[in-house]
Design a protein around this ligand. Structure first.
Ligand SMILES: C[S@@+](CC[C@H](N)C(=O)[O-])C[C@H]1O[C@@H](n2cnc3c(N)ncnc32)[C@H](O)[C@@H]1O
Length: 367
């Protein structure tokens, strides 16, 4: 009985009912944040210091008053917005975005900006019928089928960490890499599985001499990455290409090859790591940044494991299984799994870099 619950079956039943009910409320509030974000409600409300009525917000956001009023009432009931004079007629109530909540919902450079996770959650649901089918057949669901919400949710969910931490904490924590990126001749960096390019852009911003080549298999991500580099005025030093990480063509050119939150998504992670190994010069560095899951399977487990297994069953495993044969890694790539992949790819060692981060672990693969 060790580790098993000593609750009665009724207690377990009631606890699960309560938990599922609370999750339903959380799920609907995520959908409401998606609505508020996409229709520009939060952005518009930020301009009303004394709060806005439903008709003012509807005018400001080009939406229908009745729908907007229902959303405002829901947001106030959920405690996301505050309401002035709740006891007046519905049309006259004023709704405010409280200080603090504006940072979470609107400030895209803040480490507390989590509105994109609502978009990501919605993106996860898009190909659910195909995911169910994959469970039966053992096939997969290609990344592009998750669409724009998934792509943008990942890009803007991760972006605050890149713009705030890449050049101030993460790379400076690896002194030889930090020095090389500052030195002459200008260093060349390969960003594998770069998505919409914010990691590449952040490295180029932090190290004004370097050139970054970002590679991703997803055409829409690369198109967005190019547009982002252009808008940041960095397209001369940050170049994006649609390319499979497992493509062995680029050998010996790079001072740093980095793969952020993507090795676990790949059907052929060993081939990708082997390609990264061959990409870097003799004294070049290979870094993998991936989920900070536990060393071992434990159940029940903590929030990180719950989050990562949640992603895994509806997204990362199906994406990785879209390529066959597949390693079938899933989001929960434990250090031992990556150590095995690295060894099969020809690396002699896998070091864990001591960088604090709630979500990610930093690995250095030694040639
Ligand atoms: C979770 S996203 C992470 C994107 C980006 N690194 C970030 O942190 O925002 C995973 C990315 O890996 C890319 N990817 C998956 N398999 C790939 C492969 N074999 N070669 C290149 N990119 C790949 C996907 O297209 C996707 O953009």
């Amino acid at each position: 009985m060790e580790g098993r619950s000593v609750q009665s079956s009724e207690q377990r039943r009631d606890a699960l009912v309560e938990r599922i009910f609370a999750s339903c409320i959380g799920f609907m509030e995520i959908l409401s944040i998606y609505v508020g974000d996409h229709l520009g409600f939060y952005r518009a409300l930020a301009d009303y210091a004394a709060g806005a009525t439903a008709s003012e917000l509807a005018d400001a956001s080009a939406t229908h008053e009745r729908y907007t009023r229902e959303w405002l009432e829901q947001q106030a009931v959920a405690g996301i917005l505050e309401v002035e004079s709740a006891d007046t007629v519905p049309e006259e109530r004023r709704y405010l975005l409280p200080e603090g909540h504006d940072e979470v919902l609107l400030e895209r450079d803040s480490l507390y900006y989590v509105a994109p996770f609502a978009q990501l959650m919605v993106g996860l649901t898009r190909p659910l019928p195909a995911v169910l089918e994959a469970f039966k057949t053992g096939g997969g669901v290609p990344y592009p089928e998750y669409g724009k919400d998934m792509r943008e949710g990942i890009a803007y969910g991760n972006r605050p960490m890149f713009v705030n931490l890449m050049g101030t904490e993460w790379l400076p924590a690896i002194p030889d890499v930090h020095e090389r990126l500052q030195a002459d001749p200008p260093a060349l960096v390969a960003d594998i599985g770069c998505g919409a390019g914010w990691s590449s852009i952040s490295m180029a911003r932090a190290y004004p001499k370097v050139r970054v080549d970002g590679f991703d298999l997803d055409e829409d991500s690369i198109a967005e990455a190019k547009a982002n580099a252009e808008a940041e005025d960095l397209s001369d030093r940050v170049i994006f290409q649609v390319r499979d990480a497992a493509d062995p063509e680029l050998s010996g050119r790079y001072d740093l090859a980095i793969a952020i939150e993507c090795i676990h998504d790949m059907g052929r992670p060993v081939e990708a790591l082997r390609a990264m190994r061959s990409m870097v010069s003799d004294d070049g560095a290979v870094l993998v940044v991936d989920e900070r899951v536990g060393e071992d399977f434990t159940a029940p487990s903590d929030e990180i494991e719950r989050l990562m297994y949640g992603f895994s069953i509806v997204h990362c495993l199906p994406v990785g299984m879209a390529e066959q044969p597949s390693a079938g890694t899933g989001t929960v790539m434990r250090p031992a799994t990556l150590r095995r992949y690295a060894s099969e790819a020809g690396f002699s060692e896998l070091e864990i870099v001591p960088i604090e981060n709630d979500l990610w672990r930093f690995y250095r693969l030694v040639r």
